[in-house]
Write a protein that binds this ligand. Structure first.
Ligand code: ADP
Ligand code: ZN
Length: 216
């Protein structure tokens, strides 16, 4: 088993980058935010536990997240390659991922930090539209859908995520800096971190990530 991680502030483009890396490499995309939104939509016990935190833009408790990820990894095969998007987000999640990888003889190959200035992430988040059906991300100005309000890929309805509101955006950025930012130096010390300028076009970002993956 092999794993890579995408770290970045909300709006840094983790989801979009992950789609590109997946298309180029076949890595399995594990996005805890998407998994949680599905759980909320289904009304499962995980969804019920997570919903209020997500609405407020704060982190869902580590226990909930770790169980979600462990269950997902248990379904996989030993040769699988995973790309974690939005996980880990705390020191504790990072340490538990380390032990989970060790237990499964997995290797953490790369961690990519998508580095984006504050004004950029705010403008990306305020204009973001998400497909309710397939999760594909659009932007009213930067990546407009062919038909307003409709997903180009599946025809699903585009909506504004409840946490993509101005106040919640500011809160999520604070949470990123206070709770997740420390992971950058954690992975830097392990020698697996690469910084990528997240203000570049998507193709450029994906290209850099994929060539760093191939170089390892
Ligand atoms: P973004 O990075 O744009 O904030 P995500 O879809 O990754 O979006 O996450 C949305 C919300 O889901 C977060 O604000 C948080 O409440 C919850 N969440 C997702 N992943 C985690 C995680 N690893 N730990 C704790 N909470 C998480
Ligand atoms: Zn769609």
């Amino acid at each position: 088993m092999k794993a890579i991680i995408l770290i970045g502030a909300p709006g840094s483009g983790k989801g979009t980058t992950a789609e590109g890396i997946k298309a180029a490499t076949g890595y399995i995309h594990v996005a805890t935010g998407d998994m949680l939104r599905e759980a909320v939509a289904r009304g499962s016990s995980v969804g019920k536990a997570a919903e209020s935190y997500m609405k407020q833009g704060t982190l869902v408790p580590d226990e909930v997240i770790i169980e979600l990820v462990e269950e997902r990894l248990d379904e996989g095969a030993p040769a699988d390659c995973y790309m974690f998007d939005g996980f880990p987000r705390t020191q504790r999640q990072a340490e538990l991922l380390d032990s989970s990888l060790e237990k499964r003889s997995g290797e953490l190959a790369n961690v990519f930090y998508l580095d984006a200035p504050r004004e950029l992430v705010i403008s990306r988040l305020t204009g973001r539209r998400t497909c309710r059906e397939c999760g594909t991300i659009f932007h009213v100005v930067n990546i407009p859908p062919k038909k307003e309000g409709i997903c180009d890929l599946c025809g699903g309805e585009l909506y504004v995520r409840p946490d993509d509101k101005e106040d919640t955006i500011i809160r999520r950025l604070e949470v990123f800096h206070s709770q997740t930012g420390g992971l950058i130096s954690y992975y830097e010390a392990k020698g697996v971190l690469a910084r990528i300028d997240a203000a570049q076009p998507k193709e450029e970002i994906v290209g850099q990530a994929v060539s760093l993956m191939r170089a390892r």
